[in-house]
Design a protein around this ligand. Structure first.
Ligand code: ASP
Length: 437
């Protein structure tokens, strides 16, 4: 058995965190491939090294550049000193400074956080350092180039026992060796690509929480941790706002059937959350998680005999498509059709869309409301248990919360509830308390 271990920025923010990471890796010989982020925040008001690098690169004057660059150097020197490492990054910093002056690009600048952290960690662990620029290739839109990366990376990993591969960047796939980064949080993606090509059995993603929480801790005090979640459930929850992994980090491992285990560097014996393709593990609760977002608008279109007008729905949706606006849900009645959209995306195009709908289907009326919050109650356990919807409605009714919309996906994996924005937190609490205590 072998594993990829990816450590987020807070897990590698200073020497004390490095020590924890060292202990975690050394305690398990199966932890063969290590993917580090750049040093993150050491405390709440601290700045991530990645942000310092962007700042230094975009500095408008010399003194701002030097002050920021010194700050970055100090972050790494503190780690070197704290761990008494016999390594100097002076040469590397000279090269980086020269390349900043040559304006090698923002991606180059940002990637140095992971690059330098990878060098330190490889030295500390006694593992081989593999520069991501030689083995990971990324297109101009920031997506990983499978055809170019997989043969090179898998060949490299087949011939090394233990290695550190920095996260977040690779080379542009045009053969120029230009450094290209993924979008922010992209070390998760690197971990997934390394897991796939290293043909490992498990991708451990180490962070500073003991797994995904059933609900947002800003709404529910100390919510329970999700033990096992399927990729589909994860997709539903992250779509509805639960901040979890980088969204592109799932598909490389998912295709290979490699599970992801979210673990806590500060509490390594906690089991964390296991993300799997499918599972026979009975979920601890009927629902796996609750997530939601405020700020949706509803466009309610009314027309007598709408139901018998073939092509009505298509014509309405065409108007939204013509304005490059995606819709969230379309609940309908006999003579009404409602299109739910994100208010921020809708607001500027509102009048054009209304005019478009009038032209397309000549409705009797159109009513706009912009006060909707959507809550997704997600769980593979719903399929096998009766009365889930009843329990949700009952919990909300008891708190006097009016439900403005209901949508149950055909997969019976989720139930979406629409309530007024002002009831959002209360509704999440009521549902949480109904299913989890
Ligand atoms: N260091 C990068 C960021 O802050 C990438 C990562 O941590 O995954 O976004």
């Amino acid at each position: 058995m072998s594993k990829v271990v990816k450590f987020g920025g807070s897990s590698l923010a200073d020497a004390t965190q490095f020590q924890k990471v060292y202990d975690i890796i050394q305690s398990d010989k199966e932890r063969r491939f290590v993917v580090p982020s750049a040093p993150g925040k050491r405390f709440k008001e601290d700045t991530k090294v990645t942000d310092l690098l962007y700042k230094a690169y975009n500095a408008t004057n010399k003194s701002e550049f030097h002050a920021t660059f010194e700050e970055i150097k100090a972050r790494y020197q503190d780690i070197i000193d704290g761990l008494k490492l016999d390594i100097s990054l002076d040469n590397e910093f000279q090269i980086i400074q020269d390349n900043f002056e040559k304006k090698l690009g923002e991606d180059y600048a940002a990637s140095r956080g992971e690059y330098l952290n990878g060098m330190l960690l490889a030295h500390y662990l006694g593992f081989e350092f593999i520069d991501a620029k030689d083995v990971i290739f990324i297109d101009e839109h920031g997506n990983y180039d499978i055809e170019m990366t997989d043969p090179i990376l898998s060949e490299k990993l087949a011939n090394v026992e233990y290695a550190v591969i920095p996260g977040f960047y690779g080379s542009l796939n045009d053969g120029t060796q230009t450094i290209k980064a993924f979008s922010r949080g992209g070390s998760d993606v690197t971990g997934s690509i390394v897991a796939k090509n290293g043909k490992v059995d498990l991708y451990e993603n180490w962070t500073d929480v003991s797994g995904f929480l059933i609900a947002d801790p800003r709404i529910i005090k100390n919510p329970a941790v999700i033990q096992t979640i399927t990729y589909k459930e994860l997709r539903e929850l992250s779509y509805m706002g639960a901040s979890v992994l980088h969204e592109n980090s799932v598909f490389p491992v998912r295709k290979e059937g490699i599970p992801i285990n979210i673990k806590n560097t500060n509490s390594p014996t906690d089991p964390g959350t296991l993300i799997v393709e499918s599972t026979c593990h009975k979920p601890a609760h009927v629902i796996t998680g609750i997530a939601g977002k405020k700020g949706f608008a509803t466009v309610m279109i009314e027309k007598d005999m709408m139901n018998s007008e073939i092509g009505f729905g298509r014509r309405v949706l065409q108007v939204f498509e013509d304005h490059q606006l995606s819709f969230e849900h379309i609940p309908s009645g006999i003579d009404t059709m409602t299109v739910i959209v994100n208010t921020d995306e809708f607001i500027d195009k509102e009048q054009d869309i209304l005019a478009g709908i009038h032209r397309a289907v000549q409705p009797d009326s159109i009513v706009l409301e912009s006060d909707l919050a959507l809550i997704a109650v997600v769980g593979r356990g719903m399929k096998a248990s009766r009365g889930t919807a009843a329990r949700i409605f009952n919990a909300l009714a008891q708190k006097n919360i009016n439900i403005k919309m209901i949508d149950q996906g055909s997969s019976e994996l989720n139930i979406i509830i629409g309530v007024r924005n002002c009831y959002f937190n209360q509704a999440v609490k009521a549902i949480y308390n109904e299913f989890i205590d």
